[in-house]
Design a protein around this ligand. Sequence first.
Ligand code: SF4
Length: 513
Amino acid sequence: MLPSFADSVLQLIIRTSTDLPPDVRAAMKTALGSEPTGTRSSQALTIIAQNIDLAVDTEGAICQDTGMPTFEIKVPVGANQIWMRQQIREAVAEATRRGKLRPNSVDSITGSNSGDNLGPGTPIIHFDQWDEDEIEIKLILKGGGCENTNAQYSVPVELPHLGRADRTLDGVRKCILHAVWQAQGKGCSPGAVGVSVGGDRTSGYLHAKEQLFRSLDDVNPDPRLAALEASIMASVNKLEIGAMGFGGKVTLIGCKIGALNRLPASFFVSVAYDCWAFRRLGVHLDSSSGAITKWLYRDPAHPIIPMLDQAGFTRTGREVTLKAPLTDGQVRSLKVGDVVLLSGPMFTGRDAVHSYLMTHESPVDLRGSVLYHCGPVVVKEEVVKAGTSGSGWRVTAAGPTTSIREEPYQGEIIKRYGVRAVIGKGGMGANTLAAMKEHGAVYLNAIGGAAQFYARAIKQVDGVSLLEFGTPEAMWHLTVEGFPAIVTMDAHGNSLHQDIERESGRHLEAIGV
Ligand code: SF4
């Protein structure tokens, strides 16, 4: 067998999770340079850039959501795919043990987390044969927040702000613009889209995801699709959705389009949205040893250029410093656009915790609390204190998750438990906004994907409840210090998300014609 195969796959996983490829870095650096200093988007991109640098320096996960590991593999004729599949599964489990991947494989019936990223359908491994002697493995880690913003259109279709999209390339253009507009900041913009024209519902989505393996700076070999990609990139940033949906000049960093034949009756446009944490890499392996002979997307001879040449997120002195638990007065004094620096206790809670709190008592007193929509990467380690030793928890990655999933629960939870601040990303809806106004609470938008940056604001793990839901879904009791976030929904009925959606809808109308 190939003695180095498993280790090569492990290296590929770790590098993919911790070190963004050069084409994505270059695009993000351009994005950062495009936003005027001091704007919300500029602040968000500065934190993202700092996070990218921190991740590679410490070999930590760029984002706590390490996504669905998806491997695309090409092997010489005669290669043993059964053995390779097993080796890849073991490498995935090992990367999870080392905290480079978050346990992300959840039983869809029971909700239990396998803990090692293995289970029916996870990881995704596709094999293909080719005429080369080497083995090629490409890997993409695409998280849930951006996966949830994927879209598929059955054309012709009537689209808000754009009118009818026909079975033409102009109709495809409208579908892509609509998908980007609809994503707003929920998929951690600025993002990139892979698009498939045609196929059927399943092959279309797969083909769209495959487009994300193209380099951001390549040119489509089909001149018609190259022209469409260029046209999208020339107009899409006029939507002014900006980083995290805060409003700004850069909304998309790439658009890659492919086409498949279709049935005469069907015309699907499938859009796979990937976030700024666009983690995909690849390797070539020697087919007799399994050792890495070449890295794809990166030249190892080139040093990694830091994203930032200055200090990163620096305080201006205008931030509002708050210490939890919070009072009604503190919360009502905040308004949309304020930057806050939070200290004190904070509790994590996402899908399972929200559902639980609707029918059970909270395991902790949540009055005046800060509830963080976050599924962190947490590792257990030995702690030596005052001559005694035991085990403790350490958070290694802890950015926000997409908040809108909790919309059916959030208003009731604010009312029932007296939560004063909810932190997440992408914003929430009308029910939550109304509950915040009535009961005195705010929504704070943290910077999606900035997992390393926020992990450093967590000073200790004080405890954990509901661990039976798995580490991402448990309720972690944290102490934070100087945790920065932006008020995007206040206790007076104002929502930056609603404003940006309305404004960008107007821009969509203008560029859609
Ligand atoms: S950057 Fe945002 S969308 Fe991307 S994986 Fe992380 S949390 Fe999800």
